[in-house]
Design a protein. Sequence first.
Length: 139
Amino acid sequence: MKTHRKELTFHVPSRRGFVNITPMVETALRESGVREGLCLVNAMHITARVFINDDESGLHHDYEVWLEKLAPHEPVSGYHHNRTGEDNADAHMKRQVMGREVVVAVTGGRLDFGPWEQIFYGEFDGRRPKRVLIKIIGE
């Protein structure tokens, strides 16, 4: 069995943002030489996430609006976590809703996606470098 590990680093200049990382994951898969197996992609920070969905700007906007309703950033004083001097309690909660990682099957040396599926890095407390891990295992 082969294994391949790669880290990506992102620096989203704003507090929130989405980055389509599918091409980067596909590059890591080619580098791995794995033809059949699994590809794990996970955000290595507690205020970021990785998810799979459609690459459509209206949908991304809808995510922003929906998540802000679930865990609004303001007022920052409304969160106990922010009493530590942080202002990112909402980012922790948004990450919890969206999840930490995705696993995609590898078939014939390709990510085995359904129609329209793409992999995204989602940031909720940006303005500093953060990492994403890609771990590929298989034959």
